[in-house]
Write a protein that binds this ligand. Structure first.
Ligand code: BTN
Length: 316
């Protein structure tokens, strides 16, 4: 499993930055002089970079970096760089995030992968995670009561949908609890897991799968990608950075009332007849609102009300 190391300016990162600035092919000798290391070391570092998926083209004249606006290489993430953990392939970004969180990683640590071999969704479903999609998990440590944790999931969905609308001009709506749909087609799913210590949240892992340049319709009829909608490839890095900035801002000075209002005004669930399934039971009714904890309030056939706290929601 090739991972790009995140640490203080490694030689590889220095070589990457030199190649990024260079206008033409740069010889190994020039780089070795700039860094005060041998040409063989330069060659070994470049070999390692290529192994990690960095598009460095080598030729007898030297090295050249192919510009890639879609690259998820942590060195392209500016102020987020130190919190990015990038993998070309991983079982699930949730697994790595769990380990990092249990080792006390900082708030807003991000695990991102080009593909997942065991990507998963809610209710233990498979999340197909082929090349071109955006798959990441953010570890957050919000200082809010455990009973408000579901609102953090809603916040992630609200921010991703707002980003898709404002930057890509597509009308993304929210299906309770945190799916993002374009018309009826799913473009984004969010899986969240929580660990607590007594009555406080130790951390939440918010896993996001967004169909960007992949072809989800091959595995999931009824799913759609940003590339299909916009007619051209879209930079996953641009989306991830914009999402992280928005999500961080939303959680800073977290305001549940504004969040719930934002969710309400962009949702497609309220007013519909729905079926909510959990591992234990399925309930059906008309969705009438969400409550202050993010639960979905249903009006049942007999006129009574029930609140679903979690579960899979189907618009029927
Ligand atoms: C769902 O709609 O059921 C939730 C899907 C969540 C998928 C993402 S992809 C990144 C992270 N890693 C996983 O294995 N799952 C989440």
């Amino acid at each position: 499993m090739a991972k790009i190391k995140v640490n203080n300016m490694s030689q590889k990162e220095k070589i990457y930055n030199i190649l990024k600035e260079a206008e033409d092919i740069l010889s190994g000798e020039k780089i070795s002089i700039m860094l005060g290391i041998s040409r063989v070391s330069v060659w070994k570092h470049v070999k390692g970079m290529v192994h990690s998926g960095i598009p460095v083209v080598t030729s007898p004249q030297g090295y050249r970096l192919t510009p890639d606006p879609d690259s998820l290489n942590p060195w392209e993430f500016g102020e987020w760089q130190d919190r990015m953990h990038y993998f070309q392939e991983i079982s699930s970004t949730m697994d790595e995030a769990t380990e990092l969180a249990r080792q006390d990683c900082p708030d807003f640590t991000v695990v991102v992968a080009e593909r997942q071999t065991q990507g998963r969704g809610r209710m233990k479903r498979v999340w197909f995670s082929g090349d071109g999609g955006l798959y990441f998990t953010v570890v957050v440590r919000p200082d809010i009561p455990v009973m408000l944790a579901s609102l953090v999931n809603l916040a992630a969905a609200v921010e991703m949908a707002a980003l898709l609308r404002s930057s890509y001009g597509i009308y993304a709506s929210l299906k309770w609890p945190n799916d993002i749909l374009i018309d009826r087609a799913k473009i984004c799913g969010i899986l969240s897991q929580m660990e607590t210590e007594g009555d406080r949240i130790s951390h939440l892992r918010i896993g996001v799968g967004l169909n960007v340049n992949n072809s989800p319709e091959l595995d999931e009829p009824g799913a759609v990608s940003l590339k299909t909608l916009s007619g051209h490839p879209v930079s996953r890095r641009e989306i991830l950075v914009a999402f992280l900035n928005r999500f961080e801002e939303r959680l800073t000075g977290f305001d549940p009332e504004t969040l719930i209002a934002d969710w309400r005004s962009n949702n497609t669930t309220i007013g519909r007849h729905v079926s909510i399934s959990t591992v234990k039971k399925t309930v059906q009714g008309t969705a009438v609102d969400i409550d202050s904890h993010g639960g979905l309030i249903l009006k049942m056939a007999d006129g009574s009300h029930e609140t679903a706290i979690h579960g899979d929601c189907f618009h029927t």
